[in-house]
Design a binder for this molecule. Structure first.
Ligand SMILES: Nc1ncnc2c1ncn2[C@@H]1O[C@H](COP(=O)(O)OP(=O)(O)OP(=O)(O)O)[C@@H](O)[C@H]1O
Ligand SMILES: [Mg+2]
Length: 261
């Protein structure tokens, strides 16, 4: 199953959610692959991976077999296909490539059955990277902040998803919208949450991710929140998010996911 974490708005927690959700599932003894499909390479940096040229870019350009690009992380069961600055070149090069919206799908289709979950971290735009990620995915998770601009940006992103579903990838499903840096004490948070609930009632994750400094600190130690600060409110929120994530997948696919938690 392939899930991309995507929103054209920057700094909403895409990488944070991709990294911590993937890690938590791997810690529950599921086999997880995380693809860094952002030229900013934040997943790669967050896991302290030195890609040594074995990157998603070289897989897409046909220089490297995808299996050779899979790096083991410090967490058993968690693997990363890293990115480096070369990935930025793909934007221009893709225009010369055939079927350029399915470049990532073509590669991931070769290996996705070997993992319980494949996650894709996307950059903050609806360019070639995000379109490729959406075309390669069964589900998309959309992190948002509870602010006015997130609501604005979201409707634009929603239209992009509809466009993908109409032609390029009809089986793409929005798994859910995750409200990040949630602060229940502020009036704006409540108002924005109500707006999201009004328009997308079944799509909002019940679990909200609070603003928690441990979440922001963890990547500088090369660790997910669950290992960096297991008793923090951030780690608690991610444990609940994983449960809800699994419930949603089980419901949508009518399957049972066996995990150790
Ligand atoms: N719940 C949270 N509590 C505290 N800090 C957070 C939280 N979520 C994210 N952050 C921090 O906010 C910043 C932006 O998060 P992140 O990098 O995950 O967003 P992004 O959507 O991937 O950004 P980009 O669009 O640039 O890829 C990071 O410094 C991250 O550590
Ligand atoms: Mg990011």
């Amino acid at each position: 199953m392939v899930i991309c974490i995507s929103n054209q708005k920057g700094g909403v927690g895409k990488t944070t959610i991709a990294l911590n959700l993937a890690s938590a599932l791997a810690l529950a003894e599921l086999r997880v692959l995380l693809v860094d499909f952002d030229p900013q390479s934040h997943i790669t940096i967050g896991f302290n991976i030195d890609p040594q040229g074995k990157t998603i870019y070289r897989v897409i350009t046909g220089e490297l077999d995808i299996r050779e690009s899979i790096h083991q992380t410090s967490i058993e069961n968690l693997f990363v296909i890293p990115a480096d600055e070369d990935l930025a070149g793909l934007e221009a090069e893709a225009s010369q490539m055939e079927n350029n919206r399915f470049l990532l799908k073509k590669e991931l289709d070769k290996i996705k059955e070997e993992f319980d979950f494949v996650f894709i971290d996307c950059p903050p735009s609806i360019g070639i990277y995000t379109i490729n990620a959406l075309c390669a995915s069964d589900f998309v998770i959309i992190p948002v902040l509870a602010d006015f601009y997130s609501l604005e940006g979201f409707s634009k992103f929603f239209k992009a998803i509809e466009y993908i579903r109409e032609g390029l990838n009809p089986s793409l499903e929005i798994l859910g919208i995750v409200i990040n840096m949630y602060d229940r004490r502020t009036k704006l948070t409540k108002e924005v949450e109500e707006e999201f609930l009004k328009y997308f009632p079944e799509k909002i994750f019940t679990v909200k991710i609070p603003k928690n400094v441990k979440i922001a600190e963890a990547p500088s130690f090369g660790l997910p929140i669950q290992l960096y600060s297991p008793s923090s409110p951030g780690a608690d929120a991610f444990s609940l998010l994983v449960e809800e994530f699994i419930e949603k997948i089980e419901k949508s696919k009518q399957i049972k996911i066996n995990r150790k938690m």
